[in-house]
Structure formats: structure tokens, C-alpha cells
Ligand binder design. Structure first.
Ligand code: ADP
Ligand code: MG
Length: 583
């Protein structure tokens, strides 16, 4: 069947400029708040330090933004309203190190295609201000002299009157104003050197003043003093990245994601890698449906990300997304888990105060009933009653049967049962490893994917500088990054995954107590031993148990001995039976 198609519909035409701009406006100007965003960004790009926003009724009727920026040249006023007209980039290579918020040259032309538009500006050094007026339905745009101080005022009236379909999507005036208010908050948090005022029908609704003395005051005034006073401050540097800001604790969480501000080089962004990292940081601390609050600033060279991937530039593309993710995760995790510390307020080695139970106390404890409560007990019974024991799991210390109390291991060696203290075994391994290394033959190190930087007291950073060479032989590398910042670059390969901040705190305590000429070996061994056990998961996987037993055998202990003080002891079957308390 032949179809008849109007030939005229198939031919290609260039869209009229107005229509092309209206299509572009569809991407960037969604609602009154989008106009406010674009105008504020232009004011910031113009170096303004004082910005006043006036909203009439619901924002559709009138939006006016006035700034004290550098202004626009008289001859450029008309150009500024054309699409693809910008003063911010010149050539393609500029796209890769953008430092301004705008660069697409589309905002003013888009706004002027869907609303009545007036631009008044006085250039720095000019003796006169000029004004241009534009209406989507008239081609006249006359340039008139005006009175205006140095800076620019943009007035937008009757938003979307040229595109009524778009107007239908708008919510109530109150809701649209709340969107504007939120947009102003976001932008206010992005700069610490600009005072911004928002008036709604001449009533002041928001005001943040410049406060160079303490950025915390801006946070308090925009986020509230509860958050400003109690959030954890952080500031970390790794390579050419810096992450700083304020992190809300789990207790400050909310039922909405409405207080999450993340900035990359002064631009608020949403990024799935960063969101994922933050979600992971809070995953244990927050119940489903609760969301953290934060105001965070990531700084990196502009080349670290491509900002030209989204019309409103809310999304950007990081070149090394994995590194950014890991950096954000590690630093926030540390911040959430630990308070900032200083050596002065710590009581010494972690866990030193309450010595954990040992094999002997464990054996002396009445224990039976307690053990029976535990699922391990049933597993032990089933393992012991099991005929076909898997000899692939055999070690010089016998066949591991079961882990008790997250701490001890029962292994069957020939006819004997051994009770092995996992923590003491780990300590033994660390000690023997640390004793065999020397400056000439240091222990293997494990470089951190993202070096971890930590703010410390200046005196502590001095200590690090003085003593850090002592750590090199154990495979740990520290450097001083700034007067009060140290960076951990590698940790000993013999250490399991541990929390770095508490480890560092205890190393600093050793340095602090060091007397010149006194070797630091013993105190450092004690610190590493303690943390190697702190880092242990309560319950080890079979592979980890086997690894531990094989390493123990390889460390030179006499695996045939009935007793290795503190590390293991042979159990008579009736002792084991008592431990397990017959049912
Ligand atoms: P972009 O910000 O992407 O360059 P816009 O359409 O937002 O594009 O603005 C076009 C140009 O108008 C800008 O490049 C800038 O030169 C000028 N301009 C707009 N607003 C201001 C302002 N408030 N102060 C000074 N210049 C401005
Ligand atoms: Mg712009």
C-alpha cells in the first residue's frame, strides 16, 4: 500500500533562532529556581562579592538579580543575549580546565527566549551604565543609557509566557519559592566570600554575610547551629586532591536526602561514585530510610574532571573515578569513626587497659554453659562427630575444628586437642617478623591505594619528622605534608587491615615518650601487636585460620611441643569435655 507523505515535511530546515533557543531553554530552564541558578552563577563568575535577589510573587512574575561584579562592556550587551555567546572560553582546549561556573553561553539567550528580559550593566571603569531590553515576540532590542553602579542587574519577567506548555508544569507559588530558596542555599554554601540576600515580595528570606574569620559561621547560618556546632570537621589531602568540610554524625540523620551538599571546585554536583562512597561510610550506622547530612568540598585540578557532560552541569565525569571514590570513602570513614585526636588525651596503647582473657583464664572459667549457648558448640559437636575429616586442611598444628568465643581455636593434632589463642598467635607472628628485619633488609611494605593524610598537632608532626625513619624498616612510610598534616603512604605488609587513625595515635604516643638514644623497637612491637589483634574480625574464615596456622609453623616455633606458653596448650579430652559441658 502506497503512503502519501507531504514532501514539505521531509525536507530539512534550520530552526528559527527563537525556537532553537526555546529548545535549549527546555534543558536548562526548568523552573524559576533554574533562572536564579544561572543568574547567580553569572554573578559569581563576574567576581561579585555582594548579590541581591528579588523575587516577586511566585517567581514567575519577576526575578531580579543585582551584583557588584565587573560588569559587561556596552558593545557586548547585545551579544550576551545570543546563544553560544560567552566570554569564558575561547577554544576547545579551554574545555579541559574550566574554572568558571558557566561556559556554554546559553543561559541568557535561553531565558530571553521564554521571558521578558532586561539587562543593565556598568563596566568597571566606565562612566555610564547601559541597558538592553528584549521580548521573545519582538525583534527590537534597543540600547539605552541607564543609572547603575559598577556591576550588573538582570530582570526576568513573565517567565514561560512565550512557552505556556512549560508553565503548566510549575507547582504552586509557595513550592516554587522553596525551590528558589534551596537553590540560593546551595550557591551560598559554595562560596565563603560572597554575601547573598534573598527577598520575596520585599521581605528578606535569606541573608548570608561574608565571614572570612570562620567559615563555620556560614555553615551555621545556612545549615543551622545544630549542624554547624556538632558536625565533624574534616580536612584531608591526598596527592592533588583535597576533601574538607562538615560531616553529620549518624545521630543527625534525616528522613530525606535534602541536606546533602557536595561541591567539586566550587560547583555543586551529584556523582554516583561519590554517593556510593558516602552510602558505604554510613551503611552500618544508619537504618534504611535515614540519610546523612553533609557539606563537603572536593578540590582538585580542573583537569581531574570533565564538567561538560550535562546541560545544567550538576553531573560531571571524574577521570579517576575509582581514586575519587576511595579517597572520599577512606577520609569520611575515618572522620565518622574517630574524633580528631591529639596525643595528649590518649591513655596509651589501644586496649592496654583491659587485658583480654588468656588461655589460662579461659580454661579456669566455669564456661561450660556459656559455651553451650554458642552456635560454635553445635558446630564442634557436628565436626567432631564427623567421620570424614578433610585432610587438605591439615597443618603442622593439626586440623582446625572450630573457633570458640571469637578468640580461641580448637585443633586436633594426632590424638591431642590443642587450644590455640588466635590473638597470641597473631602477636607472636608480628613480634617474630619485626625482630628479623633491619635497616638493610626491611620488611615488605604495602602501599596505600590512596595515601591517607591526617591533621595532627604541629608538635606531633615535628615528632613524626624526627622519628619516622625508625618505621621504615618495618615497612611503614610517613611524611609530613604541611605544618600540621602528616601522610601515611605505606603500612607493613605483615599487618592485617587495620584502622589507621588509632594506629597512628599509638605510634605518636611512642614517639612522644621516646627518649633520645633509646631504641623504639619494643614499644613499636607492642603497638603493632595490639593493633594487629584489634583489626581481626571476630570470627575468622577457614582460609584465614589456615593461613594463620601455616604462618605460625613457618615462624620457627616447635610445632610438636605440647605447650607454647600463651599461644597454645594441649587439652586433655576431659578438659575439652568440661569446656563443652556435656548435655
Ligand atoms: P555563560 O555564563 O555560559 O558564559 P551566559 O548566557 O550565562 O553564558 O552569559 C553570557 C555572557 O554574558 C557571559 O559569558 C558573560 O560574559 C556575560 N554576563 C552574564 N551575566 C553577567 C554578569 N552578571 N556580570 C558580568 N557579565 C555577565
Ligand atoms: Mg552563565
Amino acid at each position: 500500500m502506497a503512503m502519501s507523505i507531504e514532501p514539505a515535511h521531509q525536507r530539512i530546515q534550520i530552526l528559527p533562532e527563537l525556537l532553537a533557543n526555546q529548545i535549549a531553554a527546555g534543558e536548562v530552564i526548568e523552573r524559576p529556581a533554574s533562572v536564579v541558578k544561572e543568574l547567580l552563577e553569572n554573578s559569581i563568575d563576574a567576581g561579585a562579592t555582594d548579590i541581591r535577589i528579588d523575587i516577586g510573587s511566585d517567581g514567575v512574575g519577576m526575578i531580579r538579580v543585582r551584583d557588584n561584579g565587573h560588569g559587561i562592556h556596552k558593545d557586548d550587551l547585545e551579544l550576551a543575549l545570543l546563544s553560544h555567546a560567552t566570554s569564558k572560553i575561547r577554544q576547545q582546549s579551554d574545555l579541559y580546565h574550566i574554572t568558571s561556573l558557566g561556559f556554554r553561553g546559553e543561559a541568557l539567550s535561553s531565558i530571553a527566549s521564554v521571558a521578558q528580559f532586561q539587562l543593565t550593566s556598568r563596566l568597571q571603569g566606565a562612566d555610564q551604565a547601559w541597558q538592553i531590553w528584549k521580548d521573545p515576540f519582538s525583534s527590537a532590542n534597543e540600547l539605552l543609557p541607564a543609572s547603575h553602579p559598577v556591576g550588573t542587574t538582570v530582570e526576568v519577567k513573565n517567565l514561560f509566557y512565550a512557552t505556556p506548555a512549560r508553565r503548566k508544569f510549575l507547582k504552586s507559588g509557595k513550592t516554587e519559592f522553596l525551590h528558589i530558596l534551596e537553590m540560593v542555599r546551595r550557591i551560598a554554601l559554595s562560596r565563603f566570600n560572597i554575601s547573598i540576600r534573598l527577598l520575596h515580595n520585599d521581605k528578606q528570606q535569606f541573608h548570608c554575610r561574608v565571614d572570612q574569620a570562620d567559615p563555620g559561621n556560614l555553615i551555621k547560618s545556612v545549615m543551622g547551629s545544630e549542624f554547624g556546632g556538632n558536625a565533624r570537621r574534616l580536612d584531608f589531602v591526598a596527592g592533588d586532591m583535597r576533601l574538607w568540610g562538615w560531616l553529620g554524625t549518624a545521630a543527625m540523620s534525616r528522613s530525606q536526602m535534602d541536606r546533602q551538599y557536595f561541591y567539586f571546585n566550587g560547583r555543586m554536583i551529584r556523582d554516583k561514585h561519590i554517593n556510593h562512597a558516602i552510602r558505604m561510610v554510613y551503611s552500618d550506622a544508619l537504618l534504611p530510610g535515614r540519610y546523612p547530612i553533609y557539606v563537603l568540598y572536593l578540590e582538585a585540578p580542573p583537569t581531574a574532571a570533565d564538567v561538560n557532560v550535562h546541560p545544567t552541569k550538576h553531573e560531571i565525569r571524574f577521570k579517576r573515578a575509582r581514586d575519587v571514590h576511595d579517597f572520599v570513602y577512606t577520609t569520611l570513614k575515618q572522620t565518622l569513626d574517630q574524633e580528631l585526636y591529639s596525643v595528649a588525651d590518649t591513655g596509651g596503647i589501644a586496649g592496654g587497659g583491659d587485658e583480654p582473657e588468656s588461655i589460662s583464664t579461659f580454661l579456669r572459667s566455669p564456661g561450660g554453659d556459656e559455651i553451650r549457648e554458642q552456635p560454635h558448640y553445635y558446630r564442634l559437636l557436628s565436626v567432631m562427630g564427623h567421620a570424614g575429616i578433610d585432610n587438605a586442611d591439615m597443618t603442622a598444628l593439626g586440623l582446625p575444628l572450630v573457633q570458640l568465643h571469637d578468640r580461641f581455636l580448637v585443633a586436633k593434632r594426632d590424638k591431642d586437642y590443642l587450644l590455640i589463642d588466635i590473638h597470641q598467635a597473631r602477636r607472636h607472628l608480628i613480634r617474630s617478623k619485626m625482630s628479623t628485619v633491619s635497616d638493610a633488609a626491611p620488611a615488605r611494605d604495602r602501599p596505600l591505594l590512596v595515601p591517607v593524610s591526617m591533621p595532627v598537632a604541629v608538635a606531633d608532626a615535628d615528632l613524626v619528622e624526627k622519628y619516622c625513619h625508625m618505621l621504615n624498616r618495618y615497612g611503614m612510610t610517613l611524611t609530613r605534608h604541611a605544618p600540621a598534616v602528616i601522610v601515611i603512604r605505606t603500612i607493613p605488609a605483615f599487618m592485617p587491615e587495620v584502622e589507621l587513625q588509632p594506629l597512628m595515635r599509638d605510634i605518636l604516643a611512642v614517639f612522644k615518650n621516646a627518649q633520645d638514644q633509646q631504641p623504639l623497637h619494643e614499644p613499636l612491637v607492642a603497638v603493632f601487636e595490639a593493633h594487629a589483634c584489634d583489626g581481626l574480625p571476630g570470627k575468622l574464615a577457614m582460609s584465614e585460620i589456615l593461613q594463620l596456622l601455616h604462618a605460625l609453623a613457618a615462624s620457627g616455633v616447635d610445632t610438636g611441643a605440647t605447650d607454647c606458653p600463651g599461644v597454645w596448650t594441649t587439652l586433655a579430652i576431659d578438659t575439652l569435655a568440661r569446656l563443652l559441658a556435656t548435655t
